[in-house]
Design a protein. Structure first.
Length: 485
């Protein structure tokens, strides 16, 4: 039996490229590469900028209806010459148009939100094993404390960093619901028919040798031939007996996700004699398919694509398509999936997670712990942090050197400052570089021991002093025992 392609998503080691952390400010640059825009909101990714203001389009002023009757004797009228100021008064010139552009000239007030696709599957996003190992090693070496959401956004930013898990949307109501996988390349599909069409279109040479056989060209007078707008292929005359069969085979090969009626309606009828003659010439040969590794009892030749499809399902099913209740596939395959409801659904879910990666962050907690990271919250309802160094809280009996105690005193008084500011505050502004270097050495020691947290932007925070047993219990509860809410 062929191995399950859903479990073979790990790329070869020589194809693994380091992940760029510089966009998140993850401390010293550990790889080269362009900055990445991580965690941009859905609005910031819109083409053309942010949503236009409700008042865009200028000051239109109050709407005015058609002119009414005179306001009475001596009152202003709305005649053609403009309103009068009374008998003998000067007439006012034409009124300036202060109403702004007309309704037809204002354009669209709002950019429409992306349409929600048909939710045919539920999607979960997890880190690719090889990329996550690189990320974990870099995080541990840096001894920096990262927000859990920032780690999730870094993973979500590039599709090749992902391992995607999908299930049928109605899996709870229909436990027997399945998805199909193209065995040669592990691309998932909603149905077996779509997966087989994909194999025939992309991997025909893995199963068949093609043989061109001469046949008799169509005879008679043909007024037009159909041409596929998508591929440019001439599909034949609607009056020829093979026309419907040719349409079905071309549809199955090139656009199986599109309804057949829509595909047929998009065909264009060409009346040029050159196109008709080209079709006749192409019909003078027929492609037949000779199975590779043919076994006894299997046909020698197959005369059509439909026959080749039937052969794969009858004799090569395990090497062609498999069905699963749940499919895991590498995120890099998302770009290779054909357009259709499945790809749209997965991309929509991915965009939602990039906007707010709660599910992905919760999904990587266990993986981070397995890799030796320690997770905790800053306060009972605060942000969750992850670090390769287990944090340590001080207690009143803790004893440190004078220099280290001064570092704690500085951060207890002013938290969130940079290391260079701590060195100046402890050693003094007039101190030499050697004295400041000794302070920084003590600071790095405390970071490595977990007494001080250094965030990705360089800010420093001293872990709290636990003066009571109640405080100790509260901090223990903050060691990320519960999931983000």
């Amino acid at each position: 039996m062929s191995p399950d392609p859903a479990d073979s998503s790990r790329p070869p080691e020589d194809s693994i490229k380091p992940i760029d952390l510089s966009s998140l400010g993850f401390g010293p640059s550990w790889v080269d590469g362009p900055n990445e825009n991580i965690g941009a909101s859905r609005g910031s990714r819109r083409e053309g900028g942010d949503r236009p203001s409700f008042r865009d389009g200028g000051n239109r002023g109050p709407a005015r209806g058609p002119g009414g009757p005179s306001r009475g004797p001596g009152g202003p009228s709305r005649g053609p010459g403009g309103p009068s100021r009374g008998p003998g008064g000067p007439s006012r010139g034409p009124r300036d148009d202060r109403r702004g552009p007309s309704r037809d000239d204002r354009g669209d007030r709002f950019e429409s939100e992306p349409a929600i696709p048909q939710m045919v599957v539920t999607s979960g996003f997890f880190p690719d094993d090889a990329k996550f190992e690189l990320l974990g090693d870099a995080m541990k070496k840096s001894q920096i404390t990262y927000e859990l959401f920032s780690v999730a956004l870094l993973i979500l930013d590039k599709e090749d960093r992902l391992s995607i898990v999908i299930k049928p949307a109605d899996a709870e109501k229909r436990p027997d619901a399945t998805l199909s996988i193209s065995v040669p390349d592990s691309v998932p599909f909603l149905t077996e028919a779509e997966a087989v069409s994909h194999v025939l279109n992309r991997h025909l040479d893995k199963f068949f040798d093609t043989v061109e056989v001469e046949t008799e060209a169509p005879k008679g007078s043909f007024l037009m031939v159909a041409r596929c707008k998508r591929t440019g292929a001439i599909l034949g005359s609607p009056t020829h007996h093979s026309y419907q069969k040719t349409l079905r085979e071309h549809h199955a090969r090139t656009c199986p996700n599109a309804p057949f009626d829509r595909f047929k309606a998009d065909l264009e009828m060409v009346r040029e004699p050159e196109a008709i003659e080209a079709w006749k010439k192409s019909m003078s040969t027929r492609t037949e398919y000779a199975p590779k590794d043919r076994q006894e009892g299997e046909p020698e030749r197959l005369e059509s694509m439909d026959a080749a499809r039937g052969f794969l399902l009858a004799f090569r099913r395990e090497a062609t398509v498999i069905s699963r209740n749940q499919v895991r596939f590498p995120g890099r395959l998302l770009a290779e999936m054909p357009p259709g409801p499945l790809r749209d659904c997965v991309r929509y879910a991915l965009d939602r997670q990039r906007d707010f990666p709660l599910d992905t962050a919760n999904g990587i907690r266990g993986r981070l712990r397995k890799e030796g990271f320690h997770l905790y919250k800053k306060g009972s309802k605060g942000i969750t942090y992850a670090c390769g160094v287990r944090r340590k809280c001080r207690d009143p009996k803790s004893s440190f050197s004078d220099s280290m105690q001064k570092i704690f005193d500085c951060l207890d008084k002013t938290s969130g400052i940079q290391g260079k500011d701590v060195a100046v505050a402890v050693a003094g502004e007039a101190s030499d570089d050697a004295a400041k270097g000794r302070v920084l050495a003590d600071l790095n020691f405390l970071i490595g021991e977990g007494y001080i947290a250094k965030l990705h932007d360089g800010r420093l925070f001293a872990q709290p002093v636990l003066s009571t047993q109640a405080q100790a219990k509260e901090e223990a509860a903050n060691e990320d025992a519960s999931e983000e809410k």
